[in-house]
Design a protein around this ligand. Sequence first.
Ligand code: SAM
Ligand code: FES
Length: 379
Amino acid sequence: MAIVTSGFEARPLSSEAGALTDDTILALLSGKGPDEALFAEADRIRREVYGDAVYLRGLIEFTNYCRNDCYYCGIRKGNRNLSRYRLDKETILGCCREGYALGYRTFVLQGGEDPYFADDPDGSAVSDGDRRLCDIVASIHDEFPDCAITLSVGERSRESYERLHAAGARRYLLRHEAASCDLYRTMHPAEMSIENRKRCLYDLKDIGYQVGAGLMVGAPGQTLHHLLDDLHFMEDLKPDMIGIGPYLRHADTPFGRSSAACAQGLDKEEKLQLTLRLLAVLRIMFPYALIPSTTALGTIDPKGRELGLKAGANVVMPNLSPAEVREQYELYDNKICTGEESAQCRSCLEMRVMSAGYRIVTDVGDVKRPAECSSGMKG
Ligand code: SAM
Ligand code: FES
């Protein structure tokens, strides 16, 4: 491996994780290895597996109702300063039609854990929420059989995930947020647990979904050792997709209001650099992974998404939600792309991808896993 890592004590992370050891990773994340060499190595690996392709995912933020109260998230149920919306099936299909005409072949339905779509608590009965969500998925699948449907709607029972898979969903994004129990607990109320989050991810994988995990970089209280725990967890999970982006403050959240939480976090520049370094480390450890250059990265720096692509990311997720609801899906303050129409988002991102030296690809864009790690993938 071309990265300068000499001088760091070597302990293998695992046989599958290439040459990176814990000490090397810590050194790279703390900026002790030259960043240029790290990013160049990540780019070399990404080009080896995916060439210069950048995959498009059309993001439809279809509900901002949420039953959870994560301490960092702007759409948490405790935020009374937010007006809530939920798109109906026809509106969602309208977004897909617009996206299809713009060349999208993956639709990502993302939302809070909306009680209107909730599953049965023990999973055995088919709830009204299951029926509603399955109906939306099946309708998209019927009308766009050549497209992939990705869901990102939080924690559910295994049975509910199975129903959604049968309805046509094939990918699922569920950031694990923090693999360390202690850190997870400081970011979430007591009724949420990392154990259930992990259970969901392994169930999804076992059912045959392409699965995405991930986390926020620079969350209050997070250290480089926590990030190492995240990498170890993902090494075990072997996700197909990995979503990371900087943690950004939202004023109407417990973290946003707490001066202690604000003081614990990194500043903007540090968060940007650490996110880029982690993207590069992820690309080196998971050469096959689909890794988005996220909206949060574009929010923290006007060139953040271009920098993310150059550090190893190979997916962009332009917004396909109706322009009039975008501001209400405000996970953090000053989120970008809330004013544009879908066609504007598409062409803006195309220009950014080209200027970074890559090429937008409009096919379905499945993961390119080596045969030996493609366990559990069906349909
Ligand atoms: N409810 C689904 C779930 O929990 O996976 C999907 C929606 S959730 C809002 C999507 C992601 O937004 C979360 O996984 C979290 O990492 C990210 N997010 C929430 N608040 C954020 C913040 N303040 N800064 C950066 N990212 C944030
Ligand atoms: Fe909705 Fe965290 S606030 S999942």
